[in-house]
Design a protein around this ligand. Sequence first.
Ligand code: NAD
Length: 489
Amino acid sequence: MSREQLAVERARRAFSTGRSKPLAYRIRQLNNLRRFLVERQSEIAEAAKKDLNRSEVGIQLFETLGLESEIQLVIKNLKKWAAPRAVEKNLVTLSDTLYIQPEPLGVVLVIGAWNYPWAVTLFPLIGAIAAGNAAVVKPSEVCVHTSKVMEELLNAYLDKELYPVVTGGVQETQELLKQRFDHIVYTGNSMVGRIVMEAAAKHLTPVTLELGGKSPCYIDKDCDIPLACRRVTWGKFTNCGQTCIAPDYVLCEASIQDRVIDEMKKCIKEFYTDDPKSFLDYGRIINERHFRRILAMTEDSTVAVGGESDHTECYIAPTILRDVKAGSKVMQEEIFGPLLPIVPVSGLEGAIDFINQGEKSLVIYVFSTDKKLINRLIEETSSGAVLANDCLVHYSVSSLPFGGVGNSGMGCYHGKFSFDQLSHLRSCMVRPLKNEGMNSMRYPPHTPGKLGWARFFLVQAPDLALMGRVGALAVLVAVAGILINAYLL
Ligand code: NAD
């Protein structure tokens, strides 16, 4: 039996003991996870420094703080989320008990990516634990050091049978994918997303795919351009552009292109000094393969700012490309690096056309003070999310679902959305074993008279939710009469 198969089988056996289900147990595991994040901060930071040249404050700001806050939110709300959810009744179900009972799915597989390795791996794990599941955690092998810390330390804090960490590369992930899971949460590129979905189909396993794509950013010529550029510069060059929701490219009218470039140049200097290479808060490209891939994208474009690189350190300076065309190399795939192409368009109409010619992205950014313009962009495009007048921050709002649509993914998570995504929302209906009068409508012989009553109950009856208590009581009395009548049909 392979290591992967063994881990899954152990997790399933542990799940079948029922120990992951009591809320107190889920909360204890979540508290342990929180303790891990606090107590092991230095190991986490050290690994992030080696993998992506991230600073200790940076890793807390962009990953572990968000996770701690998510755990806090889950613990606070778990009882409410896990409780039976009452639903509306109609005349036919008036005397029944109707509710939705969230129940654990079973064993969840979490496959993480490398760019924010803690966030993309542990957010789904928090959801899986909260929903009462077992979960097999597969960190990305690309962030070598972080993956090692996850494997060595996480299991010291969590129930290692219920939540094992399995490390490895493509071969190990594919071995895992052969096993039967009850849900798979995959974060990464859309090509592998297809592989995951194909493997899941063999077992009819549902999937959440958190993918990427080219997220556009439209800057309106009448907005506060310096402020817009400051926020876009931050959103783009954080983690060296290796952020799934980074603005991939900027669309703006040709008349403001030079201003946009000048403002961004100022911001790059302000955020990363004149020498980003030796600045603490400027990262590195994850490996040489990605370094070469990103540099090759600049070949047929004009560099307006930056452009320097050093392959010995996988360093690429914050770079802005001007007058970029739809056919340029940099526009053919998600950049996932510190290049910001500026694509001149004729205005909002041109921007919307441009966006709609591409695949649906994780997010569309728009900078404008004109509410009508923002609404038009929302109405005439589609994407996982829309964020107006800022970058990245919607990710941290747990009351909003986070996820893609079309090529950028399916399903969503964060906060209660993770809980629901990784639960089965079971319909429960408990009828009294009496009141047979009502049922006589459905039993043969099927007469026009019975059809008339069925029509009344299902189509014409008043909406109980709108009637209030007195109205509902009156309806109850009427229904009692109808039930007696129904026996006589
Ligand atoms: P990656 O190379 O780390 O791959 C992700 C996972 O897939 C890894 O665990 C890896 O082992 C596995 N994998 C890779 N190739 C495989 C194969 N052939 N068969 C089975 N498993 C395989 O990460 P990546 O794909 O380079 O990640 C970058 C992409 O992820 C970007 O497109 C980015 O936008 C996207 N992303 C999305 C989100 C989100 O929340 N939507 C977050 C982060 C990254």
